[in-house]
Write a protein that binds this ligand. Structure first.
Ligand code: AMP
Length: 285
């Protein structure tokens, strides 16, 4: 496995591979890798001839400085995991090489996310998706892959990226990997390491409430509000988990729906032990 730190080097390597006819997949990550990230690598390997994984904790997408500071960084272990999973090249740059002039929207050029960024994460974390779109545009320009792979774990982010690629005619395809959970149902996340043992147990109410919601929709419940209320009730009954939002949305546009008549997504965010967790589930009427 090759490891690159400099934009020019990864750019040249990908150009050479693509010039030789190989299809290159990019898996963007912030490191602290786990089986969720690895599932994206494995999808990348299925869909391409060479898989590049980038590890970059993007300062531009953190609106809370302490969240950025506390974000887990485990580069050595990440490299071992990436190698074991068959990643061909890792790109692990420093911030100065990605933002040579810094990141100051209004001063430096940035990308403004579209309507998929409204509400949910976009509401609670102002500027977050603009930071995501900006770093991805820079990374897509540096690496220039045929395809980039994102997890359904961050469902709103996936839709924001799809919208950006569509609206700006970016010359690559987006593929999505399903959300990977731990055996007990907890959605895998780099932030899970910050949960205490009891917090981790309490957090299971999130996936439990989503599974119950999906089952209820399958048996005929169509009222989004009733589904949202069930989730709120179940999560709040635990006492230890603070629900930020639970919303039934159109699976493509992310607009709020009242009646579940076509495939929808139930999105939620909650705080457990001071750790903010996201989860979501597909709802099939
Ligand atoms: P992150 O490192 O948290 O920015 O995530 C990098 C990529 O991995 C994003 O596309 C995430 O959606 C994806 N990802 C994170 N956790 C999971 C998971 N549990 N299952 C599937 N994909 C995930």
């Amino acid at each position: 496995m090759l490891i690159f730190n400099k934009p020019q080097e990864i750019g040249a390597w990908v150009r050479e591979r693509r010039g030789g006819g190989a299809r290159v997949a990019l898996v963007p990550t912030m490191g602290a890798l786990h089986a969720g990230h690895m599932s994206l690598v494995s999808l990348g390997r299925e869909l391409s001839d060479a898989t590049v994984l980038y590890i970059f904790v993007n300062p531009a997408q953190f609106n809370d400085p302490s969240d950025l500071e506390k974000y887990p960084r485990t580069l050595e272990r990440d490299l071992e995991l990436a190698k074991a999973e068959g990643v061909d090249a890792v790109f692990a740059p420093i911030a100065r090489d990605i933002y040579p002039a810094g990141f100051e929207p209004g001063k430096t050029c940035s990308v403004r996310a579209g309507s998929c960024a409204l509400g949910y994460e976009g509401e609670g974390r102002p500027g977050h998706f603009d930071g995501v779109c900006t770093v991805l545009t820079i990374m897509f320009n540096i690496v220039a892959p045929d395809i980039a792979i994102f997890g359904e774990k961050d469902y709103q982010q996936l839709q924001v990226v799809r919208q950006m690629v569509r609206d700006l005619r970016l010359p690559l395809k987006i593929a999505a990997g399903r959300l990977i959970r731990d055996e007990d149902g907890l959605a895998l996340s780099s932030r899970n390491v910050r949960l205490s043992e009891s917090g981790r147990r309490e957090a299971l109410v999130l996936s439990r409430s989503l599974f119950a919601a999906a089952a209820k929709v399958k048996t005929g419940e169509k009222r989004a509000e009733s589904i949202e209320q069930d989730v709120r009730r179940e999560v709040e009954s635990s006492g230890k988990v603070r629900l930020e939002y639970a919303a039934v949305v159109d699976a493509d546009s992310l607009e709020r729906v009242q009646h579940i008549e076509k495939p929808c997504r139930l999105l939620l965010a909650a705080v457990v032990d001071g750790v903010r967790l996201l989860d979501n589930i597909h709802l099939e009427p």
